[in-house]
Design a protein around this ligand. Structure first.
Ligand code: ZN
Ligand code: ZN
Ligand code: ZN
Length: 768
């Protein structure tokens, strides 16, 4: 290095906040400063890193520009503020070691797909990490799933039990090395190792466990493979035998499986892969991306029956790449290793226990997964990424919110639960936790509450919860003594979540469509139009109520809701309607259900939009009983995609006290008429979608006339229905509404914890 005191020297201090720790930021800055011929230093700070650089003005300028444009792929800079400070006498650029105690406010990186540098080394026979399944560097590898506490260093991860060898330690200590302070750094000599276990969980002595697994998969076997955030069950996606066997053993009927492809090219003749989808598939988050299938795909028919979309993703761990390089198979079913709705298995012994009888073998290793994290599921719609399940790769990246808030914990809903912790002006959503009525998921919920608070170093005194008295999350919240509790209506939370991620303030028209949410009047809501801000809401309109015979039983058997709609509009003598779908129902069960409706026994009232989809699906012969959540509605949507019919089924709008009621009588009339004329199912489904979108647009117009509100937020699980989403978006935009929808957080119940948190923040702030 040259001497320091140049003719015109400046010194700047630069504070950088965001995800800049554990992502190779300091070695990057070190190299960049040296390349620019600057002296100075870099140190971790509680909020990120602090840099000082000194040198000629134009070189410092160059450094600043490149600092942002060339930052490591995982770094996420949220702010960067340079200021002039006094020139010092120094000769080099140094990395100052972090002092113990910091950094409490720095952000933890999510898990990241293996990078191309590491992959190059892994396939190089001369490299010391040739075919090493746990190769990683500061730009890639596990993060969130191996951390049990902060600050993020090796001692607080599941790598703490592995002592680095001399070669690894030298890399770790060298600021110029891309493994400088790479906490999971490891190699064949010192790091985690794979093992092959039999179907009973006994160790198989083999030098090549990956090749053995590849051979098993080639022969239609099913293998449980330990990944980043949990175990997968894998099998050949092109083999009918293997896929059917997996369905049988896993007791999973018809619910689509995600498929991992060896390369994006192998996916392109199976699905429509546009630029946006390709970018997502190849992103370091490596989510499962829902893609429209091309006709006549060469995958096993049992992958995603009756579904025109395929959930596809690409290899993201070194092990996935090794596996594909050891087999001729190019597409593997990779589904979360669990039974039905249980959370994904993460522990070796736990996996053997829970997956006995399902897996023919287990490919395990001795690096513990400390945090469960399912694969994330996304799609591209209206030109944006939409999260359907936000987990691995995205958690714990915060969602920025407009205003600083006191710390808040929001505990979410019951199904597809997530929780949310607000710290300052950032909201941290947990990974997908699952359905809390499942005991294992409920334990996972409790662990997540504890863990998220620990790594964020906040202990909120305010807890937001759903109003449903039977939700486990609600009961948990109500049992916290000494906390300030804020109950939030379910659909209000949906709309607030949509407002939050779109940075809206003030009042909006909120269209919240989903299956189930506890209403302020005790009924089950789900087809709601609200006038909402963060503090409060008014119900502006809703689908008219029908009884839901059997409550939750009706969710599994859509024919029940169909009967309820018929009963409402045609009275007791529905048998005389001569409908094919009624004849398929057991006469005794039909009569029981009719009596339940008639006598109002165990038949809560509902305005659910999800149930309306169920009823239509059952009536027109799409499906009367489901094997997985929302199957009838999903298949109804799939049917409509085959039609370009422009007709619409009518609804009526009546004023019911303070709000509008969306009436379904004309809809039922039109449907029954078309059924008598034996109209094709796709056309009927399309007309229903068209009609529903149309009535919601005209409602929004009437509300605008009265309130002058122009902004519409769309939220709720029904917006996973791409056709409904597109029709409503186009319809509203055609009438010059400003339409806002979800992108960063799910439209379904996985997003409501964010809305709950924002509502609580505003209520608490304005109550002072
Ligand atoms: Zn790497
Ligand atoms: Zn080593
Ligand atoms: Zn909901």
């Amino acid at each position: 290095m040259e001497e320091t005191t140049r003719a015109v020297a400046v010194r700047k201090a630069i504070d950088v906040t965001g995800i800049v720790q554990g992502v190779g930021f300091r070695p990057f800055v070190y190299r960049l400063a040296r390349e620019c011929g600057l002296t100075g230093l870099i140190a971790n700070t509680p909020a990120g890193v602090s840099i000082e650089v000194q040198g000629e003005t134009d070189l410092v300028e160059q450094f600043l520009a490149r600092l942002q444009s060339e930052a490591p792929p995982l770094a996420k800079i949220t702010s960067l503020t340079p200021r002039d400070i006094e020139v010092q006498s120094e000769t080099d650029f140094r990395i100052i070691t972090s002092r113990l105690g910091d950094p409490p406010k720095a952000l933890i990186s999510p898990d990241v797909a293996v990078c191309s540098d590491c992959l190059r080394e892994m396939i190089n026979p001369r490299d010391r990490r040739f075919r090493y399944p746990f190769i990683n560097c500061t730009n890639c590898g596990p993060r969130f799933t191996i951390i049990h506490d902060i600050p993020y260093d090796r001692a607080r991860t599941s790598m703490s039990s592995f002592r680095m060898c001399g070669a690894c330690q030298a890399e770790y200590d060298d600021p110029a090395n891309r493994r400088f302070h790479a906490q999971p750094n490891a190699c064949w000599d010192c790091g985690p190792q794979l093992q092959l276990w039999s179907s009973e969980g006994s160790r198989v002595d083999t030098p090549e466990p990956v090749r053995d697994v590849a051979r098993l998969l080639d022969r239609d076997g099913i293998v449980a493979i330990k990944g980043l955030g949990g175990f997968h069950l894998a099998c050949n996606a092109r083999s009918e035998i293997a896929v059917n066997l997996l369905r049988e053993r896993k007791r999973r009927i018809e619910k689509p499986f995600a498929v991992m492809f060896s390369r994006v090219e192998n996916l392109e003749h199976l699905c429509v892969v546009d630029d946006a989808a390709r970018k997502l598939l190849l992103s370091f988050e490596r989510p499962v991306v829902l893609l429209a299938r091309q006709p006549g795909t060469a995958l096993a028919s049992g992958i995603a029956p009756n579904n025109r979309f395929l959930g596809a993703f690409l290899p993201y761990t070194p092990l996935h790449h090794l596996l594909f390089s050891s087999t001729k198979l190019d597409a593997l079913v990779m589904t979360s290793a669990n039974l039905s709705e249980e959370p994904i298995a993460i522990d070796n012994q736990e996996a053997v226990q829970r997956l006995q009888g399902i897996a023919d073998a287990f490919l395990v290793h001795n690096r513990d997964i400390l945090r469960r994290c399912d694969d994330s599921v996304v799609r591209v719609a209206a030109g944006r990424t939409q999260q359907l399940r936000r987990s691995r790769g995205f958690v714990p990246v915060p969602v920025p919110i407009e205003r600083e808030s006191e710390p808040i914990l929001a505990v979410g809903g019951e199904l597809k639960n997530t929780i949310c912790v607000v710290r300052g002006s950032e909201a941290f959503l947990s990974q997908h936790i699952g359905d809390l009525e499942n005991l294992e998921s409920y334990k996972f919920f409790q662990e997540s509450v504890e863990h998220l608070q620990r790594i964020l170093e906040v202990h909120p005194k305010i807890i937001a919860y759903d109003l449903h008295p039977d939700y486990f999350s609600t009961k948990w919240a109500l049992a916290r003594p000494g906390m300030q509790l804020v109950g939030v209506q379910h659909h209000h939370a949906h709309i607030a979540a949509c407002m939050a991620e779109n940075h809206l303030d003030g009042k909006v028209i909120g269209i919240a469509l989903d299956g189930t949410g506890y209403g302020s009047d005790g009924a089950i809501w789900g087809g709601e139009v609200l006038l909402a801000d963060y503090r409060d809401f008014e119900r502006a309109a809703h689908l008219e109520y029908v009884p839901l015979p059997g409550g939750a039983a009706a969710i599994h058997e859509p024919w029940r809701t169909a009967v309820s709609y018929l009963f409402k509009h045609y009275g007791k003598d529905i048998a005389s309607l001569d409908l094919p779908f009624l004849k398929a129902i057991d006469a005794r069960r039909l009569s029981v259900v009719q009596q339940m409706i008639d006598r109002e026994i165990h038949s809560p009232r509902t305005s659910s939009c999800g149930r309306l989809f169920d009823a239509v699906a059952a009536l027109i012969g799409v499906r009367s009983a489901v094997n997985y959540e929302a199957q009838a509605a999903i298949e109804l949507e799939m049917a409509a995609h085959d039609s370009t019919d422009l007709l619409t089924y009518p609804f009526d709008l009546t004023v019911d006290g303070p709000h509008w009621q969306i009436g379904t009588r004309p809809l039922l009339r039109a449907l029954l008429r078309d059924m008598q004329h034996q109209e094709p199912i796709p056309a009927m489904s399309r007309r229903f979608h068209n009609g529903l979108a149309q009535v919601l647009v005209s409602l929004a117009e009437r509300i605008r006339d009265k309130t002058r509100l122009e902004r519409v937020c769309l939220s709720g699980g029904c917006f996973q229905n791409l056709l409904l989403f597109d029709l409503l978006l186009d319809g509203l935009r055609a009438k010059s509404f400003e339409v806002y929808f979800h992108s960063e957080v799910p439209a379904g119940d996985g997003g409501i914890s964010l809305g709950q948190a924002l509502i609580a923040a505003h209520r608490v702030a304005t109550a002072l």
